[in-house]
Design a protein around this ligand. Structure first.
Ligand code: PLP
Length: 756
């Protein structure tokens, strides 16, 4: 990638919104400057504005083939949807029979605006119909049998021409046949937002009553859209007022938006030399992207059939990677994609793919790549190039099977923390000997761990569980079939022993380190802790203490399972205190609040129950009594999730220095010894980073970093990531563990890159 290319963005999120076509932006600007009149004014400036409006309306009629139907300009599709539903339900309400149960039908994969508006107006107007989702099949096609069975008593049916997440289109002719055979008069709305410019529309030849459209999905600005109303279809204005649009939609018209929209219609009506690529060209683009993706990520699965979806949308999942991970990766390569729809990008799964009955992992890992008719061959070629780089970067950080073996520089050394939901899994590597141990393996991570082991050529000496977990199965067997000579927690039978502060502990060797087992019953009877002991100095020193669910961040492990014992936990806590130091890094098997790891010192500051036990201020009997009260709260609060620790204190929040990009620049000039740390994953860092970083410390390596740099907690560290959220979380964790001079870049790279 050239430096220039690395900086320019490739925008592949057209289904969320599009940039404004340059010609359209020019038309809007000219209109704002010179033809800014109010179309209701009778002077020349007003007449000119009115002409733009009527010209645009005429072209909209041609583009969608609206015949005698009306085109009403709106602010966008959401308003068009309100207009349609309000109109249909106001009319339907006049003819309701009290003895009948009515329904309002909508496709299960519809944009959220549709079911939400149906429910809203159904309630506000007191229609009290049942709002029902029409199921879709595995390919996203509406279930026609369901429609045929439910349409008789339906007041309205809402379907979509093209789905925004998958690009799947419906056969509108077949749908019409199904609907009208049973119910010739039911009101039918078709959301055409994602069809404009991608599917031929000839609306007047159908019995569709209402069809909303949106400008910003096809290179016009946000804030302009239109709705088609079939001739004779009932209409109730959604916005009343000055009587604009013949009284159908009041409010002074968005003339510059219409001027831009007119340019888009011109492009759609052109037969050659248009700014928009032909359908065949768009198909070629999709083939290029999909072939590159398949090559780069051989295990990729596409979440829809290309045969029944528009060529501008690709929705896929890569096994072993969450949507968030792939989005972060692509964002680092300056390719903009989304997980599911833009409106729900904070949600970790897709209701559209769920409705299609796809496996949970496909929904949780879904990535939508969408482009538009104005996308160019150059952009697609560059995108393909960057996709290949993304896969290579994952290969280099041993997250993807790749032919490369790791170089000296990328070889793992130290501790890696993986998380799945609130559960943690730890991988410790002695870099010199390539010996490794895995603690608390998780099924979801098996493939990832296998890839790392193979790529890093690790010799796994043990895969250990800290106890039999209630909320997940140990996946030890899947990871190491040769290690069968061990107990049910994976501890090898033939061991040595070490003595630590008077305690004789079984131990095994992992390169230059000893791993010792310390029984710490309480959470369960079989609970143990594992200690990684550094032998490099004469005495054995605890580097990490993996305490399972004994001490969690802000909590103690629950003790109300059948094999739990609060009394045993009391003793275990005292043993851990006795064998370790205040600052020993405790690595638990759960981290519900993104706090990574802890120490006795940090926990005693906020966990009074623990503090009182360790300071000898609480008797065994009182601990057992208090612990049972705390455990009871978990049962009341946890809902369906099995929480392994009773949270006795809320997540601590520390004052952090927050920098804007500009302040940071200044600050670094004045404080040259400050360390600037990129907190993104190594593959993101490899794809895009400024030169001035002192170090890359991804979240998976934060605990390792704490162990290595814990001696110098007063040094100023400033953390940076993509959006500012990971750096904030990491900075909080460091501050809690006593790092006293921590700051982060608020808003991350995303805002730092903005032109000012
Ligand atoms: N319908 C579909 C299929 C969409 O994709 C969107 C936009 O995400 C909408 C409706 C809402 O459109 P607007 O943003 O113009 O209100």
């Amino acid at each position: 990638m050239t430096e220039q290319n690395a900086l320019s963005q490739i925008y592949l999120d057209a289904n969320a919104t599009t940039p404004v076509l340059e010609k359209a932006a020019d038309a809007a600007l000219i209109t704002m400057r010179t033809m800014f009149g109010n179309p209701s004014s009778s002077h020349i400036t007003g007449l000119q504005a009115k002409q733009i409006m009527e010209r645009t309306r005429g072209k909209a009629q041609q583009v969608i083939g609206s015949g005698q139907g009306h085109i009403i300009f709106t602010s966008g599709a959401t308003e068009g949807i309100q207009t349609a539903i309000l109109s249909a339900l106001c009319e339907a309400k006049k003819h309701l029979d009290d003895n009948k149960q009515y329904t309002l039908l909508y496709g299960a994969t519809e944009h959220k605006a549709v079911p939400e508006s149906l429910r809203h107006w159904n309630k506000v107007l007191g229609v009290n119909a049942e709002v029902k989702a029409i199921p879709v099949d595995r390919t996203g096609k509406l279930d026609h049998e369901f429609i045929a069975a439910h349409i008789e008593n339906a007041l309205m049916i809402c379907t979509m021409a093209v789905n925004n997440e998958t690009g799947v289109y419906q056969d509108l002719q077949a749908l019409e046949q199904t609907i009208r055979t049973v119910n010739p008069s039911v009101f039918w709305m078709v959301d055409c937002v994602q069809a404009l410019g991608k599917r031929a529309l000839n609306i007047a030849h159908t019995s569709i009553d209402y069809a909303p459209f949106s400008g910003h999905k096809l290179y016009a600005p946000k804030g302009i859209g239109f709705v088609y109303i079939r001739e004779g279809a009932p209409f109730t204005p959604f916005i009343a007022g000055g009587g604009q649009e013949g009284g159908l939609r009041s409010g002074t018209e968005n003339i510059h938006g219409m001027a831009a929209l007119e340019v888009i219609f011109d492009e759609l009506l052109k037969t050659d030399n248009a700014a928009f690529a032909s359908f065949e060209q768009l198909q070629t683009y999709r083939t290029q992207l999909s072939e590159t993706l398949k090559q780069a990520f051989p295990t990729i699965t596409f979440n829809h059939d290309f045969e029944n979806s528009v060529p501008t949308t690709l929705n896929f999942a890569i096994p072993g990677f969450s949507s968030k991970e792939i989005m972060d990766l692509f964002d680092a390569a300056n390719i903009r994609v989304s997980s599911g729809s833009a409106c729900s990008s904070k949600v970790t799964r897709s209701f559209v793919l769920d409705a299609m009955g796809l496996p949970a992992w496909q929904s949780e890992s879904a990535i939508r790549m969408s482009f538009g008719p104005a996308t160019t061959q150059q952009e697609i070629t560059e995108a393909c190039d960057r996709i290949k780089h993304c896969a290579q970067a994952l290969g280099h950080s041993c997250l993807l099977q790749h032919n490369n073996t790791v170089s000296e520089k990328e070889a793992l050394d130290g501790l890696v923390q993986f998380k799945v939901g609130g559960a943690c899994c730890w991988l410790f590597v002695d870099g010199a000997s390539k010996s490794a141990v895995i603690i608390d393996p998780l099924a979801e991570l098996v493939d990832r761990l296998k890839t790392i082991i193979q790529c890093q050529q690790l010799n796994v000496v043990a895969v250990l569980d800290t106890h039999g977990h209630a909320d997940h199965e140990s996946s030890r067997i899947e990871l190491v079939n040769q290690l069968d000579n061990c107990d049910h927690l994976g501890w090898p039978k033939a061991t040595k022993s070490v003595t630590l502060k008077g305690h004789h502990l079984d131990s095994i060797q992992c390169g230059d380190f000893d791993i010792a087992k310390l029984p710490t019953p309480g959470h369960t009877q079989d609970s143990v802790s594992y200690l990684i002991l550094d032998k490099s100095n004469d005495s054995e020193e605890i580097k990490y203490l993996f305490c399972g669910d004994l001490i969690l961040m802000g909590a103690l492990g629950r003790t109300n399972f059948a094999t739990s014992s609060a009394a045993a936990m009391y003793e275990s806590l005292l043993i851990v205190k006795n064998i370790s130091d205040q600052g020993t890094i405790l690595c638990p098997s759960h981290d519900y609040n993104n706090e990574f790891a802890t120490t006795i010192e940090a926990e005693c500051k906020r966990n009074t129950l623990l503090n009182d036990v360790l300071k000898g201020q609480l008797s065994l009997a009182s601990f057992v009594e208090q612990k049972s009260i705390v455990d009871q709260q978990i049962n009341d609060e946890s809902g369906s999730e099995i929480l392994c620790g009773a949270s006795v204190c809320s997540k601590a929040s520390f004052e952090l220095k927050e920098f804007s990009a500009r302040d940071l620049e200044q600050h670094l000039l004045q404080h040259p010894t400050t360390a600037l740390i990129d907190i993104r994953e190594p593959h993101e860092y490899a794809l895009h980073h400024a030169q001035q970083f002192d170090q890359n410390v991804p979240l998976t390596r934060l605990v390792d970093f704490i162990a290595r740099f814990g001696q110098d907690k007063s040094k100023e560290l400033i953390l940076v990531c993509r959006s500012g959220s990971r750096s904030q979380v990491a900075a909080q964790a460091l501050a809690r563990l006593g790092f006293s001079n921590i700051g982060h870049l608020k808003g991350g790279y995303a805002l730092a890159d903005l032109p000012r």
